[in-house]
Design a protein around this ligand. Structure first.
Ligand SMILES: [Zn+2]
Length: 275
């Protein structure tokens, strides 16, 4: 599933390509024909994300609300204005201007909503570590009263917006936190470590298009960015995510897996004991 960094980068790309234009909006697949008819020809004012939600403002107080879900994709490409752009697969929504085309496929949600409904969507979401000024204490008030595990709470978008299954497993490992610590037993200092780390890691995901969580790679990427270079990542890697049965990089113990909050959690039972 795309995590918050993917949506942040997507909103940025859509904004750069379409803000201020009046795209033709269509639904080649037909399932979004009514919504497309409502949006086409309007000015696309801005595109933003909050957690895993994409919100695109059009003139006349119309907002496009998209959630990609598990398998959705939204591609943004340049094209020659004279060329026909073939429709590949089930395209729910296409935005097109003389310079750009964006195709949405397989979303969990694609709908036109009002400003009031946008407010309701935002009110249901916890703070997003990618947004400047996001308040980690808002998440903490929900965490420290909860008897659910931190592994479950990190996946709850009303607690924290944007973190998915990969960042969850990896950030808990990075701080040697037991994923089964109940929210009410988690130390506030531990929560701040997790939050501050997500604030550090998620922008690297936006910049590189990869989830970077292994410390050596994190340092390499940060150093490259510091030199003004585009970081090059040779291969995807993780410490515990999808490493079930493999040796823990810290202690050599076997990495474990178990379904928590509907998705496979990965952790090291020997290293991750902190609360
Ligand atoms: Zn270990």
């Amino acid at each position: 599933m795309p995590e918050g960094h993917t949506l942040f980068a997507l909103a940025r790309d859509l904004h750069e390509a379409f803000a201020g234009s009046h795209p033709e909006v269509t639904s080649p697949q037909g399932k979004f024909a009514d919504g497309a008819a409502e949006l086409t020809g309007r000015e696309l004012v801005s595109a933003t994300s909050r957690g895993k939600h994409l919100l695109v403002e059009f003139s006349g107080e119309r907002w496009l609300h998209v959630h990609l879900g598990l398998i959705g994709t939204f591609t943004v490409d340049e094209h020659e204005w004279t060329a026909e752009v073939p429709v590949v697969g089930q395209v729910r929504l296409r935005l097109r201007t003389p310079e750009h085309v964006a195709d949405l496929r397989g979303p969990n949600l694609c709908t036109v909503i009002t400003p009031e409904e946008v407010d309701a969507v935002l009110a249901r979401l916890g703070p997003d570590p990618l947004r400047p000024g996001a308040d980690p204490d808002v998440a903490w008030t929900r965490i420290h009263r909860s008897s659910r595990s931190i592994a479950e709470l990190l996946m709850d978008q009303s607690v924290l917006a944007g973190v998915g299954n990969v960042y969850r497993s990896e950030v808990l490992f990075r701080h040697r936190l037991s994923p089964f610590t109940e929210g009410k037993d988690l130390k506030r200092a531990s929560w701040r470590l997790v939050w501050d780390d997500l604030v550090r890691l998620l922008p690297l995901g936006v910049t590189t298009g990869r989830i970077v969580t292994v410390e050596d790679q994190v340092l390499d990427v940060e150093a490259a960015l510091g030199r003004g270079e585009v970081p090059r990542l040779t291969e995807r890697s993780s410490s515990v995510y999808k490493q079930a049965g493999m040796p823990c990089p810290a202690c050599g113990s076997r990495v474990r897996t178990q379904v928590v909050a509907g998705r496979n959690l990965f952790w090291c039972g020997r290293c991750q004991r902190r609360r």
